[in-house]
Design a protein around this ligand. Structure first.
Ligand code: PMP
Length: 344
């Protein structure tokens, strides 16, 4: 291994140490300096590489996993891809239980990474034996030598970011960070980073980003679960219809909500103005940052870090498709890309 020469034993050695990139155009006119932690630079193109590696290596340290064993999770998204990648290198079987709502592209991507995919009906309740939660639990019980990652309820999800993302941000900002803006899904990213940063400087302000249609913001404010907050929304990976124990609500100063439409346009704007091809939740986090700036949250001299969790390539049939944008009623001629194609 010659990491100084950028030569590696395997792809897992490239997880973490992602760059912090200054946002120049998106933040024109805002008070403060703004930097994106661009998690698409992980080899699996998202922040979930960190938790997959940490949770699997912790199970190895505890002697729960040995080569040939099976790793199970309920996800069609980034976590599934990362677990599949780590499983290939370490020699584990990977089983992913996904909802039938998942796009064919996503299922093909997971299959391409060697995962065994169980497609479960989307229109059944969580406790139905056919739901992806129940299928994952059953397989975990049936398969000897298996672990269930269970990212929404696994404290190791927080630890992964406490050990890696938090210290990286502290060092990259030379301890001068004043605000962190991060999307909350499982809450592992924001809670782990916050725990580390607040240990270094309790004044760092931690702002969570939530979706309209999710319960997180209301729960943070009232500590009560209000199912009236729940309704369908488009952004994947942000917000939730339950309270994940991988979120430490005491470590988050406040939540801000963003819309599906503005987040989609903002992601497209980041790609076109900063040259960073980012996913839907990066648009959501940037949209929150814009709203906070308009509300006077930041002042001159502040150093604000926003997390961009994944890469735009996973959203070609969604926010980067004009057709999809039009179908959602999000179309905006300012961001139309088809105009820039010339057919000869
Ligand atoms: N963005 C994307 C695209 C995600 O998949 C997730 C994870 N659900 C998040 C943001 C939120 O990260 P976390 O789960 O650590 O809160």
């Amino acid at each position: 291994m010659k990491q100084d020469k950028h030569v590696f034993d395997n792809v897992l050695q490239l997880i973490g140490k992602t760059p912090l990139i200054k946002l120049n155009k998106m933040t024109k006119g805002f008070e403060g300096d703004f930097f994106a932690k661009v998690e698409a630079f992980n080899p699996g193109h998202s922040s979930k590489d960190r938790i997959a590696l940490h949770i699997i290596e912790e199970a190895e340290r505890q002697g729960i996993l040995t080569p040939g064993d099976t790793i199970i999770e309920t996800t069609s998204g980034n976590t599934g891809f990362s677990i599949a990648m780590v499983s290939i290198i370490k020699g584990y079987e990977c089983i992913l239980a996904v909802s039938s709502k998942s796009s064919a592209d996503k299922i093909d991507m997971l299959k391409s990474m060697g995962a065994q995919v169980y497609v479960c009906p989307a229109n059944v309740s969580a406790n139905d034996p056919r739901s992806y939660y129940e299928v994952a639990k059953r397989l975990h019980n049936e398969i000897k030598g298996s672990i269930y990652i269970n990212q929404y309820f696994n404290q190791l999800n927080i630890d992964a970011h406490y050990n890696s993302t938090g210290p990286e941000i502290w060092n990259q900002t030379e301890g001068k960070i004043t605000h962190l803006v991060a999307c909350s899904g499982t809450g592992g990213t924001i809670s782990g980073i916050s725990k580390y940063l607040k240990e270094q400087n309790p004044d760092v302000k931690i702002i969570g980003v939530d979706a309209f249609g999710s319960v997180l913001k209301k729960y943070h404010e009232t500590r009560e679960f209000d199912d009236k907050e729940i309704y369908p929304y488009r952004i994947e990976g942000l917000g939730k219809n339950l309270i994940p124990t991988a979120t430490d609500f005491d470590l988050i100063d406040k939540f801000i909500k963003v819309t599906d439409e503005e987040s989609a346009h903002t992601a497209r704007e980041i790609s076109r103005s900063e040259g960073l091809f980012v996913g839907y939740t990066s648009g959501a986090a940037m949209q929150a940052l814009k709203q906070l700036s308009e509300d006077g949250e930041f002042k001159k001299g502040d150093k604000v870090v926003v997390i961009f969790p994944d890469h735009g390539s996973r959203y070609m049939s969604k926010i980067y498709s004009d057709k999809w944008m039009e179908e959602q009623g999000f179309f905006d001629s300012k961001t139309e890309v088809s105009e820039s194609i010339q057919y000869i």
